[in-house]
Structure formats: structure tokens, C-alpha cells
Design a protein around this ligand. Structure first.
Ligand code: OFO
Length: 171
């Protein structure tokens, strides 16, 4: 059983993860509008990942005898100044999510909820990867700024990203 406080905080995180999916889906539409299908593919995979993050928490709340409650999603931005600007925004967003995960771990520790703390460690590690992968593309785009044609090369590279569902907890 999880405490009401923990349940509330995890429900808020479900909302944050679905918002991440919504934000990245909005970026898919932005990249599609620029005919950058590789970038759009990369963000589409990111959207799928975020949905699995939300569902992981959803299932955990149920397993622990809590109650899932879904809240309204905020409207994401629809336009960015450039692909670099969009990836910089995604990086900033991931840093915010990392801070939220850290706050959740701190709460689990305060509540002496070891099971939730152990569950959240998957997210702690995942956030390292989330920040790194977004930052990597942002850095490539920064370098591509003065290199005509480089943008299309990056687009081709990002077209190869495929969605891999995360392994079940504990494997
Ligand atoms: Fe769910 O990791 Fe990104 O937001």
C-alpha cells in the first residue's frame, strides 16, 4: 500500500509523462511541417517512450493498491524557431523531468516507502539516457549550423531510430 501523499505525487508524474508525450508529439508535427521526416520519426519514438513511462507508473500505482486519477494535459507549444531550438527545449524539459523524479525519490525516502524508491530507480537511470540522447542531437544541430547539408545528414540518421519497449521491471 502506498500513502495518499505518494499516490498523489505519482499521479502527478503520470500527468508529467503524458505531457512529455504530448510535447514531443507536437514536435513531430513541427518537424513534419518542415519535411524533416527523420527528426519527426525520432520524436515519434520519443513520444512512444514517454507513453510507456506514464503507463509504468500507472501500473505501479495499481499494483501497490493505490488509485490512478488522470488530470487534464496542458497545451504544448506548436512552433519553435528552428530544429535546434526545439531540441534545446526538449533538453530543458528533460532536465525538469529529472528534477521531478529526484523529488519523488526524496518523498519516497521521507515516507520510508522502500518499494516506491526501488521502483523509481529505473526512472533515475532512464533520465540519464533521456538527457544524453536529446543533448546529443542538440549538439549535432549546433555544429550543423554553419555546415550546409549537415541538417539533411542528421535527418537521415534520426530516421533510423526504432522504438524498443522497456523490459519489465527487475529484468
Ligand atoms: Fe519520461 O522521460 Fe522524458 O520526459
Amino acid at each position: 500500500m502506498i500513502t495518499k501523499k505518494m499516490e498523489q505525487a505519482l499521479n502527478d508524474q503520470i500527468n508529467a509523462e503524458f505531457y512529455s508525450a504530448y510535447l514531443y508529439l507536437s514536435m513531430v508535427a513541427y518537424f513534419e511541417s518542415l519535411s524533416l521526416s527523420g527528426f519527426a520519426n525520432w520524436m515519434r519514438v520519443q513520444t512512444q517512450e514517454e507513453t510507456t513511462h506514464a503507463m509504468k507508473i500507472y501500473d505501479f500505482i495499481n499494483e501497490r493498491g493505490g488509485r490512478v486519477t488522470l488530470k487534464a494535459l496542458a497545451e504544448p507549444p506548436a512552433e519553435w524557431k528552428s530544429p535546434l531550438d526545439a531540441f534545446k527545449a526538449a533538453y530543458k524539459h528533460e532536465q525538469l523531468i529529472t528534477a521531478r523524479i529526484n523529488d519523488l525519490v526524496n518523498l519516497a525516502i521521507r515516507e520510508k516507502d522502500h518499494a516506491t524508491n526501488a521502483f523509481l530507480q529505473w526512472f533515475v537511470n532512464e533520465q540519464v539516457e533521456e538527457e544524453t540522447s536529446v543533448d546529443k542531437v542538440a549538439r549535432e544541430l549546433k555544429m550543423a549550423e554553419d555546415a550546409p547539408g549537415a541538417m539533411l545528414m542528421i535527418d537521415r540518421e534520426l530516421a533510423g531510430r526504432v522504438f524498443t519497449p522497456p523490459a519489465p521491471q527487475g529484468e
